[in-house]
Design a protein around this ligand. Structure first.
Ligand SMILES: [Zn+2]
Length: 542
């Protein structure tokens, strides 16, 4: 039967955090949902980063097919220069394409859904939405205005530095001076988002409702030590308050649904305490695979200082010069000797071989590719902690985990740290320490996210499920009475479902491919997105 399906996304939702909160009685509604329904681990993508993972969720496909491997993609004129990704970079249909003509889809704040798709239903885009163009942030384009008229103070993505005198782009440095304000602001944003849910539930018939909350991710990055103290002590009251309010909203949501409706609660990745950052390019340099420009500073350094004085940032150069000119200039101004380097960090947890014929200044012969990849993996696995135990949990070849025709810039080597000794992965400064313990992030991503389901169609009692993030779209579509597109790598999570199941498959999924051509952000939008990513600690280049 076709049921209504509500998917609540908690960005960064993680059982270690939630179980600690449950044990303190902080989230009784979500605890009940898990008790009466099913719960399990939702395995994220590799790497477990927000844009990659939510894209796999909304397409049911692995990154090799959808083509999103990081927050940014390579500039067409320069392998080493990155530009932000958006929905138009995806190479397979998304939930918005499958429900394009169905007025029953409502989606609020799904990351990577910008620019809004022209759907028969309603949508507000999520993370990676620039404020510089709100017309593309929703469909219909007046939706945010309509919400404002209805008294909903909807905020897509908090620009936290607006809360007070925090240097733009310095949120993780600046939050320490304004933690209560930031927590209160995240609480208000979440409350408004759930108010929007109720508004649409009342005013629009729906079949599939998607809503993503991001306060969880931000708080876990910034307040981990208060949330889940290492000594197992209680969560601080101010952090508890956010989760308690979120839980009350979850309770209201549970009450609002009909008994036949299915409610899924999912996250894009889990979280762990982070101990500092791994300066990957410096590690590559010390291993001999990356070369620093010989002259301590690039020959163009004085020019760069001059341009900076005029307020011309790296991004803005693109407006003044042609794209090819500016990328050449930026390559020359880099502190890395690209032509002399064999490998570099190309995104979170991802190392790329500087391959001849593929990268702009490729150095490695294709015949040496495999051997070099093996050597780098072996060296990563040889990084040991003080007790001589390897720190890297996994280092694999991109070719072994990505399959499909999606383009993009996947890592040739993708690696993750151990959960109990996690380090944030940065390209980092050259010439410093490989491990930097002085970062303002307290928590960071891990692979194991959450899946919980409750209500109609859900088999109560199933525990210890282990699903892939690619399973969510097929499972939602199946619950909603739709065939599963054959392009999906995920499957219907039958072990979570009740009753006899007859899964239908849609072989002709290509009919849903939109006329998607890559559409890049405008320069001002790109500047804004880069500034936001930098503020969140995802970019550390100049
Ligand atoms: Zn996330």
């Amino acid at each position: 039967m076709a049921r209504r399906v509500f998917m609540l996304g908690l960005d960064g939702g993680s059982w270690n955090v939630l179980d600690h909160l449950f044990s303190q009685g902080v989230m009784p509604n979500l605890a009940r949902l898990c008790r009466e329904g099913v719960r399990g681990v939702l395995e994220s993508t590799t790497p477990p980063v927000t844009p990659v993972a939510w894209t796999s969720l909304m397409t049911g496909a692995n990154p090799g097919k959808h083509g999103i491997f990081a927050f940014r993609k390579a500039h067409p004129d320069n392998s080493y220069l990155a530009m932000p990704v958006n929905r138009m970079d995806m190479k397979v249909p998304t939930i918005f394409d499958y429900y394009r003509t169905d007025p029953g889809l409502i989606s609020l704040n799904l990351p990577m859904s910008f620019p809004a798709t022209e759907i028969a239903g309603l949508m507000v885009t999520g993370m990676m939405t620039p404020q510089a163009d709100s017309a593309q942030a929703s469909h219909p384009s007046d939706l945010l205005d309509r919400m404002a008229q209805a008294g909903v103070d909807y905020v897509i993505d908090p620009k936290l530095e607006e809360t007070r005198d925090i240097e733009p782009g310095d949120i993780f440095g600046g939050w320490k001076e304004a933690p209560d304000e930031i927590l209160a602001r995240l609480g208000r944003i979440t409350a408004a988002r759930m108010q929007a849910v109720r508004y649409f539930q009342e005013h629009h018939p729906w079949k599939v409702f998607v809503c993503v909350v991001v306060g969880t991710d931000r708080i876990q990055h910034m307040f981990w030590d208060e949330l889940l103290p290492e000594n197992g002590g209680p969560t601080s009251d101010r952090v508890k308050r956010y989760y308690a309010e979120l839980d009350a909203e979850i309770g209201t949501l549970m009450e609002s649904l009909d008994p036949e409706d299915a409610l899924l609660v999912v996250s894009d990745h889990g979280f762990v305490k982070t101990h500092g950052s791994f300066q990957t390019n410096e590690w590559l340099r010390q291993q001999g695979w990356l070369k620093r420009r010989e002259v301590g500073r690039s020959p163009l350094y004085p020019l760069k200082i001059f341009l900076n004085k005029l307020g011309i940032t790296r991004e803005k150069l693109g407006v003044i010069l042609s794209s090819a000119q500016s990328s050449k200039l930026q390559m020359k101004a880099s502190h890395i000797d690209w032509a002399g380097s064999e490998a570099f960090l190309c995104g979170p947890f991802a190392i790329r071989i500087n391959l001849k014929g593929r990268e702009t200044l490729g150095r490695v012969d294709p015949g040496e590719f495999d051997a070099l990849t093996d050597r780098i993996i072996a060296a990563l696995l040889d990084i040991k902690d003080a007790d001589g135990v390897p720190m890297i949990a996994e280092a694999v070849k991109g070719a072994d985990i990505y399959h499909g025709e999606g383009e993009g810039q996947p890592g040739d080597i993708v690696f993750t740290f151990r959960d109990d000794l996690n380090y944030t992965v940065y390209a980092g400064e050259l010439g410093g320490d490989i491990f930097d313990h002085d970062i303002s992030k307290q928590g960071d991503h891990r692979v194991d996210g959450i899946f919980a389901a409750w209500g109609g169609g859900i088999a109560p009692g199933a525990r210890d499920l282990r699903l892939s993030i690619c399973d969510i779209l097929p499972t939602m579509m199946h619950l909603n009475g739709r065939p599963v597109p054959a392009v999906c790598d995920g499957r219907v999570a039958l072990e979570a479902l009740d009753g006899p199941q007859d899964i239908r498959v849609e072989d002709d999924w290509r009919q849903y491919l939109g006329d998607a051509k890559a559409v890049n952000y405008s320069q001002s939008q790109e500047d804004e997105i880069n500034a936001r990513l930098r503020a969140l600690g995802y970019l550390d280049d100049d």
